[in-house]
Design a protein around this ligand. Structure first.
Ligand code: UD1
Ligand code: UDP
Length: 360
């Protein structure tokens, strides 16, 4: 019988999560097939992660590209169904909460292929977020639920998930961060971008911040109040870029909008910054380990462990400038707590679970 394990990835946050899992399973001699759905396709949103992190070139690229939620999810589903029929995997592994994740979950479960969800159980309890819908559906269908935090285990328990299916394995995104720490060169990126003095990094791409023109105008005003205090560098995600620029995002001498950065350059930039303003999931986690103050411009987070055990706090457009002032007034912390099992070994623990489920 086939022992093939198929990994389904597709969007930027998937790649640093999948890297340590692919490596740990390769070490154990497991037969693997890496699928890229093509949800993200710009070099800086996709291929650069493979080059920088030494991830094998995807065996298959479904090339689905951008589209509405329905179109994109459906395109991934129909292409995956065909692939799974042909390759008959013994197991499918999906990552995170993007449309490619839920599409793969639906196909695998309907075809009766056991599937594993890496980063299960995170909940923002905000059903206006497409990711929350993706997380709920994926977890409900998963055969094996691998969690990054204790609160995620509790959410799954509260939803009635069989405890035997849940494994607290830690955070593979942090494996990637710790493995590459020596390559995050803050001085190199500072000099490349000609940054002088303290600066703040921002990343903004959530629909809740960048889709509605009224929200965008308020966001631009809030970010200009941040730029009044320190230079702001924004490697801007393609979503919402045009809307932000139309609303005058760049009309401030201290706002620096640049293209998305490669992983190593981005982490170097974050490492050397005084603070980060973000609506990203991954960046909340990365700043937690790097000890960089993180101001999350969202009403909620599915990663509360980055607040209880890290440097994160939730902020609003209204109090953002004040929070930045507070953060800039104190030195970066010398020590800070870190979440349990964010220790660089999640990939190995995931491989242990996967090989056990696969059997001899
Ligand atoms: C997706 C995920 C989100 C994740 C984010 C990470 C879903 C529902 N959302 O959001 O959870 O936080 O990725 O970055 O899956 N585009 C490009 N080049 C690319 C990719 C996208 O220009 O390589 C532009 C297109 O105009 C596209 C838009 O970005 O329509 C949005 O892309 P999409 O993948 O639909 O959602 P994201 O906002 O990237
Ligand atoms: N990232 C990057 N370059 C950038 C912005 C982000 O390499 O310019 C990395 C960073 O490691 C982050 C990951 O991409 O954690 C995923 O980021 P994104 O905010 O797109 O997705 P989310 O975590 O919000 O789903």
């Amino acid at each position: 019988m086939s022992q093939l394990v198929v990994h389904v990835t597709g969007a930027r946050p998937n790649f640093p999560k999948a890297a340590p899992v692919l490596a740990a399973l390769a070490d154990r001699g497991v037969e693997q097939l890496l699928v890229h759905t093509g949800q993200h396709y710009d070099d800086k949103m996709s291929d650069i992660f493979f080059r920088q992190l030494g991830i094998p070139k995807p065996d298959v690229n479904l090339g689905v590209g951008s589209g509405s939620h329905g179109r994109q999810t459906a395109a991934v589903m129909s292409a995956l169904e065909e692939l799974f029929e042909e390759r008959e995997p013994a197991m499918v592994i999906v990552y995170g909460d993007v449309n490619s994740t839920v599409a793969a979950a639906l196909v695998a479960s309907k075809m009766g292929i056991p599937f594993v969800h890496v980063e299960a159980g995170l909940r923002s309890f905000d059903m206006t977020m497409p990711e929350e819908i993706n997380r709920l559906v994926t977890d409900r269908l998963s055969d094996v639920l691998l969690t990054t935090s204790v609160d995620a285990v509790a959410h799954l328990g509260n939803e009635g998930t069989d405890p035997d299916k849940i494994h607290f394995v830690g955070n593979p995104m942090i494996d990637t961060l710790l493995k590459n720490l020596d390559r995050f060169d803050a001085e190199a990126i500072r000099s490349e971008l000609s940054l002088e003095g303290d600066y703040i990094v921002a990343t903004l791409h959530r629909p809740g911040n960048v889709d509605d023109p009224e929200d965008v105008r308020a966001l631009v005003a809030a970010m200009h109040a941040v730029a009044d205090q320190a230079e702001v560098v924004i490697p801007l995600h393609p979503r919402g870029r045009a809307r932000l620029e139309e609303a005058g995002f760049l009309d401030h001498p201290k706002m620096r909008v640049i293209d998305p950065l490669g992983y190593l350059e981005f982490m170097g930039l974050v490492r050397g910054s005084r603070a980060v303003v973000t609506d990203s999931g991954g960046v909340q986690e990365e700043t937690t380990i790097l000890g960089v103050p993180c101001l999350t411009l969202r009403p909620n987070t599915e990663r509360p462990v980055t607040i209880s055990h890290g440097t994160n706090q939730l902020v609003t457009r209204e109090n953002l400038a004040e929070k930045v002032r507070e953060v800039l007034a104190v030195d970066r912390p010398e020590t800070w707590p870190t979440p349990p099992l964010w220790d660089g070994h999640a990939g190995e623990r995931i491989a242990d679970v996967v090989t056990k489920v696969l059997g001899p």
